[in-house]
Design a protein around this ligand. Sequence first.
Ligand code: SAM
Length: 316
Amino acid sequence: MTEPRKPAATGHGYHLAVMADEIAEYLMIDPAGTYVDATMGGGGHAARIVSMLGEHGALIGLDRDSEAVQRNRATFADDKRVRVEQAEFSRLGEFVPVDSAAGALFDLGVSSRQLDARERGFSFQPGTALDMRMGSQGATAADLLGSWDEWELSSVFRRNADIIEARRLARLILQAVESGAEMNSDLLRKAVEKLPGVRGDNRNQLLARVFQAIRMEVNDEMGQVESGLKAAVAALRKGGRICVLSYHSVEDRKVKETFAEFEKECVCPERQPVCNCGRNHRKLIKILRKPGLPTDAETGRNPRARSAKLRVMERV
Ligand SMILES: C[S@@+](CC[C@H](N)C(=O)[O-])C[C@H]1O[C@@H](n2cnc3c(N)ncnc32)[C@H](O)[C@@H]1O
């Protein structure tokens, strides 16, 4: 018999798990069920899930970041109910059989550890090389900035971060790239500083959105969200729950749109006058009508929780 676990560690120092109480409440419908943590990160949510599992329960954890995977393998080394895989969550179906999971959690974006570790290249700190890969494969931010033209870069800014000054900003950045400026955080900061009329806090917010837009492209974040959520819905058994934490409007929109497809009863083409599909295609219902938000107490403790939105759905 497996020893009862201590209550969840929250991954302090690496990443503080966001809305962990709410997620535990909505996700953990069956102690004997199999759960998927698609974004293990510092393992805070994973520890909470494991603390609520019975002897026959299981957790399959994924992360694309090898450092996060190593950390979680070490944390859960003695617990046979936990399996940790290094993989993008779009590959979730390779690890979790169809119709088998009682719950799946997606805590999107980057961890505090990834943001703070200078060598990972997500940070605004002066002189940070532009890497931004959550894993270790594929093109870095610097590679992509060296390959995009003005139209491509401005579409990245519009698509991923709703940046209005996208065209002018893209031109300023690519001028700096072409002049041979070093590919680091200073290049992006200086380009933002050159934009007329952007000052103080607005400048910092814009810089954050520039980083966000490029990071999302480097990691194909929107493609991953769509295919990851679809794979998770296929993996859920009836009554199984899916919880998704998103941290900005573009991410949340993608989650909402992907779920909306699974909420439709009718899948006939829009222009077809009469339904002949049987109107029985709904796979998900909302458990929360509006996205859940963190409490003031939580955002006081953890400012990075401020922008979090929690969506919870159930497989029908
Ligand atoms: C916000 S953190 C998760 C924090 C975690 N819930 C905790 O309690 O510490 C997001 C994690 O998801 C991982 N990640 C992001 N996109 C991913 C993807 N497409 N596939 C697998 N892992 C991903 C990141 O590497 C990062 O470790």
